[in-house]
Write a protein that binds this ligand. Structure first.
Ligand code: G6P
Length: 628
């Protein structure tokens, strides 16, 4: 699939061509029996991750046999009989993040020029373009548009230079930047699977009849409950009766014993968390990192389109709209760009008359299928606007209708209430604002450096909040669980955070919660406040800080109970509060929603659980609302 840059009609590969980030990997080496049915079963267990193509490869009579195609596992099975694959060594894959017309060529496994090596991949090879050029210059011929195929050719090069299979993989992995879990088979050592891990998940299973590796434990849990977690920058060499782990960089051996998995398949799907929502909240260090990895080419295309446009709108529904509010704030403050955020259902009626060929509509939708959002897109397209899309679902209608789109790469979100997709959308939008600011030369070097360093730090800040504040949020929720309403207040960038905190609570605990820009709270909301009414302040130490102190005092003077989310070094707001949740200090103002929203997600989660509701399936709500 190719997208076209509107201005130059230049054809460039889409993100979807290059990456397959949330894919599922499974591989197996058996003492007895064929891998076909085993891998088929493993891939079925990975189906929940979402996918649109399937493939398996094994070695039969010294040759690599690949069966792969687009479609669901059952469809590909009907067509290619993947479960009949013979051979006792094999790899399998479910590919996600492809375009609406995924192809056989882009499905995994991928092979090298000589069909000596086959590989499956979950992740992104960031430097694949450069590696591909180098390999093409050496005569390598590519069959797909994926980043993954580069890895097969790199291993081929190393094998040609006399390296063993494992060493060829190790040297290849050392050349890759980005995130990857990879599994390989090779005809020159047909008794092995070699797998490597950097940032994408990979787990090993050990059983009496052989060994496995997979993207997660459910893949092999029906065959063994003995698992070894591969750490980042490690690789494993699996034979039917041995698992050897080494460091990718040095080749040094690592000694690690299997542990017994006590989970049922159901719990394993949630990686031990009681609900998908909590699991997804905890995935945010990774999903924010993934979102920030968006290839610069697409950021640049979008920023150029916004830069040239006379009018720019940010359009979405629900949580995605709250991400747009934060995004608009960042566009204005970083890049001095006027970007108007509008709820999708109001867009054409309220702004349609302004939309023309000089308009850019930047549309954000996790599912890419929300009916109101798509109506706005179609209405804008009819009026000649350029559509830029940010979505978590490659191949969705939004990505098909967009002139340029970016995948936020959060992986499937099972909880109906959006969590990880919100912080990922914000990450993409803020990064886009930074790219535009650079283009317009509006940001001072020091400001740029602070934000860039902040992007790097985000995963750590998120991990810190989740690991240190979860229990205190739970305790605070217990104290306020009998209240019939709560209010969320914030200023500046934190208005988006407060609104999203309110939406989460509303969705999951059915409380008629309120949210306001803190400064506006005295124009109405303040009449509700009485002794003991809980008000949650989102209060980072940014440019709004001194004013929010005044707002806290206004509420306190009327008897409100103050719950504040502040940074660790806070003095004044924390002192005025009844309950305090702390986040690490130093988060740049523009990035605060990505960190400060985490306690609010947890707050809504624990309130819902405390009331005996199911936070994964709140009543009356749908993950994707496809009606107007
Ligand atoms: C529904 C979901 C929300 C989501 C909204 C927009 O209301 O329950 O979680 O934020 O739709 O969905 P989208 O897929 O367009 O981001």
């Amino acid at each position: 699939m190719l997208i076209t840059d509107q201005t130059s009609r230049r054809r460039i590969p889409t993100t979807a061509d290059m990456v397959s980030r949330m894919c599922g990997i499974a591989a197996s080496v058996l003492k007895n029996g064929d891998v076909g049915p085993v891998l088929f079963d493993c891939l079925k267990k990975l189906e929940y991750r979402g996918y649109d193509s399937v493939g398996e490869a094994s070695i039969i009579d010294g040759k690599i046999i690949v069966k792969k195609d687009k479609g669901k596992i059952s469809e590909v099975e009907r067509e290619l009989h993947i479960s009949d694959l013979r051979g006792n060594v094999g790899i399998g894959h479910t590919r996600w993040a492809t375009h609406g017309a995924p192809s056989r060529e882009n499905a995994h496994p991928h092979t090298d020029c000589t069909d000596t090596v086959a590989v499956v991949h979950n992740g992104i090879v960031e430097n694949f373009m450069q590696l591909k050029q180098e390999l093409e210059a050496k005569g390598h011929k590519f069959k797909s548009r994926t980043d993954t195929e580069v890895v097969a050719h790199l291993v081929e090069e190393n094998l040609r230079n006399g390296r063993s299979f494992a060493e060829a993989v190790r040297l290849a992995a050392n050349k890759l930047t980005g995130a990857y879990a990879l599994a390989f088979i090779c005809t020159s050592e047909p008794d092995k699977v070699v797998c490597v891990r950097k940032e994408s998940p990979l787990v090993i299973g050990t059983a009496a009849n052989g060994n496995f590796c997979a993207s997660d434990i459910p893949a092999f849990l029906s065959r063994t409950n003995q698992a070894i977690l591969l750490e980042d920058n490690e690789m494993a060499i699996l034979t039917a009766d041995q698992v050897r782990i080494v460091q990718i960089e040095t080749g040094e051996a690592v000694n690690r014993k299997p542990f017994t998995v006590e989970w049922s398949i159901e719990t394993a799907l949630k990686t031990g968390f009681p609900h998908f929502m909590l699991k997804e909240i905890h995935e945010q260090p990774m999903t924010v990192r993934n979102a920030l990895r968006t290839h610069p080419i697409y950021m640049d295309l979008m920023a150029s389109a916004i830069n040239k446009a006379k009018k720019v709108f940010l359009v979405a529904c629900g949580t995605s709209y709250h991400a747009c509010l934060g995004g608009a704030y960042a566009f204005s403050n970083l890049a001095k760009a006027e970007v108007t955020p509008v709820v999708a259902s109001e867009f054409i009626d309220g702004h349609g008359a302004l939309v023309d060929g000089d308009t850019v509509v930047l549309v954000v939708s996790q599912s890419g299928e929300t009916a109101d959002t798509l109506s706005a897109v179609r209405g804008a397209k009819d009026r000649g606007a350029t559509i830029l899309g940010i979505s978590n679902t490659m191949g969705s209608t939004l990505t098909r209708l967009s002139d340029v789109y970016i995948g936020q790469n959060s992986g499937p979100e099972m909880g109906v209430a959006a969590t990880k997709t919100f912080t990922a959308q914000l990450s993409v939008l803020i990064k886009l604002a930074v790219v535009l600011a650079r283009k317009r030369e509006f940001l001072r070097k020091s400001e740029l450096e602070t934000i860039e360093a902040g992007f790097q730090q985000l995963p750590n800040w998120i991990s810190t909040v989740l690991s240190t504040q979860q229990d205190s949020v739970r305790r605070i929720v217990e104290r306020y669980s009998d209240r019939s309403s709560l209010c969320f207040l914030g200023r500046g960038m934190s208005v988006a955070t407060a609104l999203e905190g309110r939406l989460k609570l509303l969705e999951l605990s059915y409380l008629p919660a309120i949210a306001y820009p803190a400064g506006e709270s005295k124009h109405g909301f303040i009449s509700v406040v009485e002794e003991g009414y809980p008000v949650i302040f989102v209060a980072p130490r940014d440019e709004s800080y001194s004013k929010i102190i005044g707002n806290v005092m206004e509420m306190k003077a009327r008897g409100a109970k103050i719950i504040s989310i502040v940074d660790e070094k806070d003095g004044e707001v924390a002192r005025l509060s009844d309950d305090v949740i702390v986040v690490p200090p130093g988060v740049p103002s523009m990035l605060t929603p990505i960190v400060f929203v985490l306690p609010l997600q947890l707050f809504a989660y624990y309130m819902s659980v405390g009331k005996g509701y199911d936070p994964d399936f709140p009543r009356n709500l749908a993950k994707s609302v496809t009606v107007h």
